[in-house]
Ligand binder design. Structure first.
Ligand code: GLP
Length: 262
């Protein structure tokens, strides 16, 4: 795992956007796995800026989002489809038909999940998977005790996740209880992962993910078994890391080193 620690959240977000744009520029037909949440709002704002600055084209890019709330209309202001259109897709030349987000409603969530998984495989799998992390260590909406081999499916959200996402809704009652999320096994099948975390509220989850035991109690710890993961952190999110000075020795100021230490 490559752990890059930057002084500020702004630097983290600019570097994450740079890394995503690099993928698009190097491989115009990239298949990107995308994430949502407060952290990604600034990553996408920066990505839009950098896209325009470098006149980069997203015309051939395909995207798959990690998750979507279940039980709200897809055009609801709080849906992840609305979020993605608002923060990214409406500002770049991506083909909207090539942007995939799990459905938010339907008769048969199991079938919808299987179809989403098949669509990802049909596109040749994810080249670069962008990830955030929940304060409880979730990735996507894979809550603690999720199977580390799971595929796309309906998950019940924990109270901690519903509380954390309460700010995107008018009332607590409106916060969905379920989400359709790609599985940890789906994430593990991606070629490469880029996880971004900022702020001290994420410090315990980040420590458990990087240095804790591999355990379903911290779903993000599954990434210890992935062969190509970069974690970008600000100083606050890196606060609890026991080997922090080692990561800083290998990558001073978050710089990539010549050594390809996975
Ligand atoms: C939601 C998303 C996750 C995201 C997490 C963190 O729960 N499903 O994919 O990583 O939020 O969000 P934030 O950046 O707002 O802390």
């Amino acid at each position: 795992m490559k752990v890059l620690i930057y002084k500020t959240a702004e630097e983290v977000k600019a570097q994450a956007a740079r890394r995503l744009l690099m993928s698009v520029q190097r491989t115009p037909q990239s298949v990107l796995g995308l994430a949502t949440g407060g952290t990604m709002e600034d990553v996408y704002a920066e990505l839009v800026k950098q896209t325009h600055r470098h006149a980069a084209s997203w015309a051939q890019v395909t995207t798959f989002n990690l998750d979507e709330y279940w039980g709200i209309p897809i055009d609801s202001p709080a849906s992840y489809r609305t979020y993605m259109n608002h923060h990214l897709f409406n500002h770049i030349n991506v083909d909207l038909d090539a942007t995939h987000i799990p459905p938010s409603e339907g008769e048969n969530p199991d079938l919808a999940a299987a179809q989403y998984e098949a669509r990802i495989s049909g596109a040749g799998g994810i080249d670069l998977q962008l990830l955030g992390i929940g304060v409880n260590g979730h990735i996507g909406f894979n809550e603690p005790t999720s199977s580390l081999a799971s595929k796309t499916r309906l998950k019940t959200l924990t109270q901690s996740t519903r509380d954390a996402n309460r700010r995107f809704f008018d009332t607590m009652e409106q916060v969905p209880r379920y989400a359709l999320t790609v599985g940890i096994g789906t994430i593990m099948a991606s070629e490469e992962c880029l996880l971004v975390a900022t702020g001290s509220s994420k410090a315990p989850a980040v420590q458990a993910m990087i240095e804790g035991p591999l355990a379903a109690s911290c779903p993000a710890s599954a990434l210890q078994m992935h062969q190509k993961v970069t974690v970008m952190l600000d100083e606050d999110a890196a606060r609890d890391l026991e080997l922090r000075s080692y990561y800083q020795l290998v990558h001073p100021d978050g710089q990539e080193s010549a050594v390809s230490d996975g």
